[in-house]
Design a protein around this ligand. Structure first.
Ligand code: ZN
Length: 202
């Protein structure tokens, strides 16, 4: 069976407008053009999977169930706008730094899924039979780009959200684009040209 190609997407600051420690579903708001970008992925031969760090759970700003309600709300907004959809969503609810009085101790662990670790990508690759060498990571932080590189993916930094200004890692993306729509257009164009080149060489 042919392996699938995947575009892994960060959530906050990439698909929805960045708000610090977003933890209420009424606060979620789509980035302009994000639904159009995801629709383009849906119409291509890529699947699209969100991988998102949600330390708001470990910090006890919301429960794991509430964090998932935010994801459902995001899917609802996308669907309402143009019928676009996400093929899957993975979140890391953990955070490694212990010692805050209000924290949720169950999730205060040094896990394998928190980006830039690649636990969520490996899990997704296994579940959906993904060829990582033909897949991409798109996000607004150096953490996303580092995650993509750690997993052997092509990477695109978008200038929405934190626009790479988190500066946690000194790392360069393969491309930098203004927003998700421009990133997806570039990526699909490159993929198309690569296919064309392959065909011409046959
Ligand atoms: Zn985790």
């Amino acid at each position: 069976m042919n392996k699938k190609k995947c575009i892994f997407l960060d959530r906050d600051g990439t698909i929805n407008v960045y708000k610090e420690l977003l933890h209420k579903q009424e606060d979620i708001e789509l980035e302009k053009n994000a639904a159009e970008a995801i629709k383009m992925i849906n119409d291509s031969d890529f699947i699209c999977i969100v991988i998102s760090n949600q330390p708001v759970v470990a910090r006890n700003l919301c429960s794991l169930e509430e964090a998932w309600n935010i994801n459902r709300k995001l899917e609802e907004l996308l669907y309402k706008e143009n019928g676009s959809y996400l093929d899957d969503i993975f979140i890391c609810p953990h955070h490694p730094d212990k010692g805050y009085p209000e924290e949720n101790k169950e999730y205060k662990i040094d896990c394998d899924c928190r980006k830039p670790k690649i636990g969520m990508i490996l899990e997704a690759a296994k579940k959906h039979n993904i060829d990582l060498s033909k897949s991409y990571m798109v996000g607004d932080t150096t953490i996303d780009i580092m995650t993509g590189k750690n997993a052997g993916l092509q990477t695109i930094l978008v200038k929405t959200g934190l626009a790479g200004q988190d500066k946690i890692f000194n790392v360069n993306a393969n491309f930098v684009k203004d927003d998700l729509l421009k990133a997806i257009k570039k990526l699909l164009e490159d993929d198309f040209n690569a296919k064309l080149k392959c065909r011409n060489m046959e």
